[in-house]
Write a protein that binds this ligand. Structure first.
Ligand code: PLP
Length: 361
């Protein structure tokens, strides 16, 4: 892995050490304090995680100035997305109300996958042409025109585009009193955002919107994807409803202590941001130099144009031992590349430039 190399050494991707830029992980690796906490917790890991769960819920509540009853812990934020869909659809079904899920297209597809497995119909609303923004107006029209309960999944910043939906356009809908619409605002990448037009929907939770659930994760900025810790923030009653649908004792002690240590490690948080920002600059400088269009990235990945078939581009990258994201139809002609360490991204741009010499990109 690039991390094991000296800072000035080049990372050369190989079969044994491929460059994994396909799943929006944070290859900086987790905080040293979190690693130490994991090692230290092992002697006590024969006990159930109840005490640590409470401690973590309290720490998260304090971070957002919320009550701990407003925090739902998840086995990753994925579990919160799943449980929220289950909770709202179960409640609607009890009222004998039809339910639908409305999602932008493309977006992170777990909401769609969970809803489909529950037999909930999914309405996919294409991103706007050109800027590939979430088309809130069209999504709202779908909710308003539906004779039943709508669960709206909004990913902010969106995956795969890495772009934000501005608070000025999102807030009027989130604020609207409407007992027939619930929102899951997925803020998995919120910590990376610098654009002041973004505002976290946690503000809506604070102002008492019972139908807004915000999901967050330790997988991205804190580089803890493999330890599976995420959470949801909602009105206390809504949070209790969602809690009924998560697996009991869903956190393990290693994840819990790592999350607690990460929250305290402000230096790591800064380093993680700085590293991602530098990685982003390395890539955007090269994309600019090569005249390749990309969307403004507010997350740890970039959605950029490619030439020709995505499958061929992906295969050629794989031959160079670089793994990039899949194609995100209907946004064809684009590729999503995760921002690894600066060293890793220097390797990525070297491959990209070699592709340009071959006229592949
Ligand atoms: N939400 C979005 C938008 C993601 O891109 C991802 C993972 O890539 C997740 C949620 C899943 O995160 P977690 O690891 O917390 O389940």
């Amino acid at each position: 892995r690039a991390k094991a190399l000296a800072a000035d050494e080049e990372f050369i991707p190989s079969e044994k050490a491929p460059l994994l830029l396909n799943f929006n992980e944070n290859s900086l690796g987790m905080s040293d304090l979190a690693k130490e906490a994991v090692i230290r917790c092992l002697d006590g890991a024969f006990r159930y995680p109840d005490a640590l769960r409470s401690e973590l819920a309290e720490a998260i509540a304090a971070k957002f100035d919320l009550n701990e009853r407003q925090v739902v812990l998840g086995n990753g934020s994925s579990e919160i997305i799943q449980a929220t869909i289950e909770a709202f659809s179960f409640a609607a079904q009890k009222r004998v109300e039809p339910v639908q899920l409305i999602v932008p297209d493309p977006t992170f597809d777990f909401a769609e996958l969970y809803a489909s497995s529950l037999g909930i119909s999914v309405v996919k609303v294409p991103l706007t042409q050109g800027s590939l923004a979430i088309d809130l107006e069209a999504m709202k029209a779908q909710a308003d025109g539906f004779d039943g309960f709508s669960i709206v999944y909004l990913c902010n910043p969106n995956n795969p585009t890495a772009t934000i939906t501005q608070a000025s356009v999102l807030n009027p809908w989130l604020h609207q009193e409407n007992s027939r619409t619930a929102f899951i605002v997925d803020e998995a990448y919120a910590e990376f955002v610098t654009d002041p037009a973004f505002r976290s929907a946690v503000e809506n939770v604070k102002t008492g919107s019972p139908n807004v659930v915000v999901t967050r994760t330790f997988s991205k900025i804190y580089a803890m994807a493999g330890l599976r810790v995420g959470y949801g923030l909602a009105d206390a009653k809504t949070a209790a409803m969602i809690r009924n649908f998560v697996s009991i004792d869903n956190l393990n002690v290693a994840g819990a202590v790592a999350a607690l240590a990460s929250l305290k490690d402000e230096a790591f948080f800064e380093r993680s941001l700085q590293s991602t920002n530098l990685a982003r600059k390395i890539v955007t400088d090269t994309l600019d130099e090569l005249g390749i269009r990309y969307l403004p990235s507010e997350a740890n990945f970039i959605f950029h144009k490619i030439k020709g078939e995505h499958q061929l581009y992906k295969e050629r990258m794989a031959q160079a031992h670089v793994f990039v994201g899949r194609e995100f139809a209907p946004a064809v002609g684009y590729s999503r590349v995760t921002l690894g360490t600066p060293q890793e991204m220097r390797a990525f741009v070297r491959v990209l430039k070699s592709f340009r010499q071959k006229d592949w990109i």
